[in-house]
Design a protein around this ligand. Structure first.
Ligand code: SAM
Length: 288
């Protein structure tokens, strides 16, 4: 096989040949647009020497283009019915292997160690939308040696990851992602570029994982607790939301906000990551 699979016709030929039935609950919407595949590939900068992990290869449409450029590709696919199809569509690529597992349960670090020489790796994927955030957070929080995450996600999720303080989309997810990464929107993808067509539009976003820490945070666990509290009830002022964490008296919280040069009447969504860092460091000192 030496043709691209990214057309409606080529995809449906494979589907029919293998009598494959789409499983809606697994977020199976296969990409059928060459131009978007090219944007994902160029946005990832995948090249000789790279080791890539792909979550949810489907019938291998994106996988083939990655395998043609990278040193090694390991895909993790939950649907056992897709494994024989991938054997067929990926038969030309000796640098490819697939693991039939649920990415949320898989030992990702162990798999990277076993199949991708421990990394560094790039994660390139058209993600199953029902679990986008947990997948991305596993890669960011579990110390996996990942440099770039280039993924297709639901439009609204990409907008939240890419949002700036003060905007309506800025929330706990924006802070969590931007704590580790610089974000870049690669492409907007309308729903008709998939089969079957989903009922949402999508965006390809690149998360460039920083090699060095950008924010000076003394206690990461507390930092994320403060973020969660600040966004927990968006209507509340910071004085009230931080007080409701229950770790400090309201008077002390007021004093800490003053020390942090943050007006106590502001709301969580207006704080920059630097301000969250200062605030959580001051709270950390006060609770010790
Ligand atoms: N990469 C293909 C493409 O671009 O056409 C398919 C993408 S489709 C949006 C999502 C894929 O993720 C499907 O192949 C689905 O079976 C797989 N998937 C869903 N849940 C998964 C999970 N928990 N672990 C691994 N793969 C999963």
């Amino acid at each position: 096989m030496n043709k691209r699979l990214s057309s409606h016709k080529a995809t449906m030929e494979i589907v029919k040949k293998h009598e494959f039935r789409f499983n809606k609950s697994l977020g199976q919407n296969f990409l059928i647009d060459d131009n978007i595949i090219d944007k994902i590939i160029s946005g990832s900068g995948v090249k000789v020497g790279d080791k890539v992990i792909e979550v949810g290869p489907g019938i291998g449409t994106l996988t083939r283009e990655i395998a043609a450029r990278a040193d090694k590709v390991m895909a993790v696919e939950i649907d056992k019915n897709l494994i024989p199809i991938l054997k067929d569509t990926m038969e030309d690529y000796e640098n490819f292997n697939v693991v039939n597992e649920d990415i949320l349960k898989a030992d990702i670090k162990g798999l990277v160690e076993e199949h991708l020489d421990g990394g560094p790796v790039k994660l390139i994927a058209n993600l199953p939308y029902y679990i986008t955030t947990p997948i991305i957070m596993r890669f960011l929080e579990e110390g996996i040696n990942v440099t770039d995450i280039v993924v297709m996600v639901q439009k609204e999720v990409a907008e939240r990851m890419n949002a700036s303080p003060g905007g309506k989309d800025f929330g706990a997810l924006s802070v969590a992602v931007q704590y580790y990464c610089d974000t870049e929107i690669i492409a907007k993808v309308p729903r008709h570029m998939f089969v079957p067509q989903p009922n949402v539009d999508s965006i390809v976003i690149a998360l460039r994982v920083r090699g060095e820490k950008k924010y000076d945070v003394d206690n990461e666990e507390l930092f994320f607790k403060v973020v969660k509290a600040a966004f927990g009830q968006r209507r509340k002022t910071l004085l009230n939301s931080i007080s409701s964490m229950g770790v400090l008296d309201k008077k002390v919280v007021s004093q800490i906000l003053l020390e942090s040069k943050i007006d106590e009447k502001r709301r969580g969504e207006t704080l920059s990551l630097d301000e969250f860092a200062v605030l959580s460091n001051n709270i950390n000192r006060a609770v010790k």
